[in-house]
Design a protein around this ligand. Structure first.
Ligand SMILES: C[S@@+](CC[C@H](N)C(=O)[O-])C[C@H]1O[C@@H](n2cnc3c(N)ncnc32)[C@H](O)[C@@H]1O
Length: 226
């Protein structure tokens, strides 16, 4: 799968307004994760696959002087992020690819990512790049809803029309360890708003939705050796 195809797909998502839908859908889980990240004043954080930058802006507002940089391979997502930007916060949105990040070694204190890393065309290389741009002792907080234990997600690659890296919770952990991360742990984050409104779904779809909500988002925490 080419990176251009990924970029084109998400350009279309941006044009069709899905970025704002993702903000609504992922908002509560991201609030929980960013809250628990406990960003310290002045830290520099990278948001991998920032989309329209809504989570990048939340990261920048998490504590005094936090600087957040979002990276995304979709020019339309980056354009949308620039439009939505607030000049009262220290945030920026760069076009770029996970596989070759245009940042110096050790540039970031922290890395965050929501629902993006499994689209990498080369996951091993992307994780090595994430490790490279982290400071020694820096931590990555990566969240994915697409993992083998999450019911009903196996149809996503076909629906979306893209290859997606499919791993179990244990396999995700192993991927980070193979890339050189240490203290890799995983946990599930449950959307506190519940599975949604039953009246808006067909019976079978509702059951899938409830099961998926119960499985939660997979939050992978990993550190660069000090
Ligand atoms: C499902 S969206 C999630 C966006 C945002 N994090 C959110 O939760 O709303 C995935 C994003 O990752 C970006 N992406 C996918 N593969 C990428 C790659 N290899 N390099 C950079 N960005 C990528 C896409 O362009 C897209 O905007």
């Amino acid at each position: 799968m080419s990176r251009e195809r990924v970029a084109k797909t998400f350009d279309r998502w941006a044009e069709e307004g899905h970025a704002e839908g993702m903000e609504k859908g992922h908002g509560d889980v991201v609030d929980q994760v960013i809250g628990a990240m406990d960003l310290a004043p002045g830290e520099k954080v990278l948001d991998l696959g920032c989309g329209n930058g809504w989570a990048t802006r939340k990261l920048a507002q998490a504590n005094a002087g936090v600087q957040a940089i979002g990276v995304d391979c979709s020019p339309q997502m980056i354009a949308r992020a620039d439009e939505l930007h607030s000049f009262t916060i220290r945030a920026r949105y760069d076009f770029g690819f996970f596989e070759e990040l245009e940042f110096k070694d050790g540039e970031f204190d922290r890395i965050f990512s929501m629902e993006a890393i499994y689209y990498a065309t080369d996951l091993a290389r992307s994780l090595r790049e994430a490790l490279r741009v982290l400071k020694p002792g820096g931590r990555a907080d990566i969240v994915v809803d697409y993992y083998k234990e999450a019911p009903g997600t196996d149809v996503w690659p076909k629906q979306i029309g893209l290859d997606m890296a499919s791993f179990s919770e244990a396999e995700w952990q192993a991927n980070f360890e193979q890339a050189g991360f240490v203290n890799v742990t995983t946990r599930r984050v449950i959307d506190r708003r519940g599975p949604g409104d039953e009246s808006e779904h067909e019976a079978e779809a509702w059951l899938r939705r409830v099961a998926n909500h119960e499985a939660g988002s997979l939050w992978i925490q990993a550190e660069k050796p000090a």
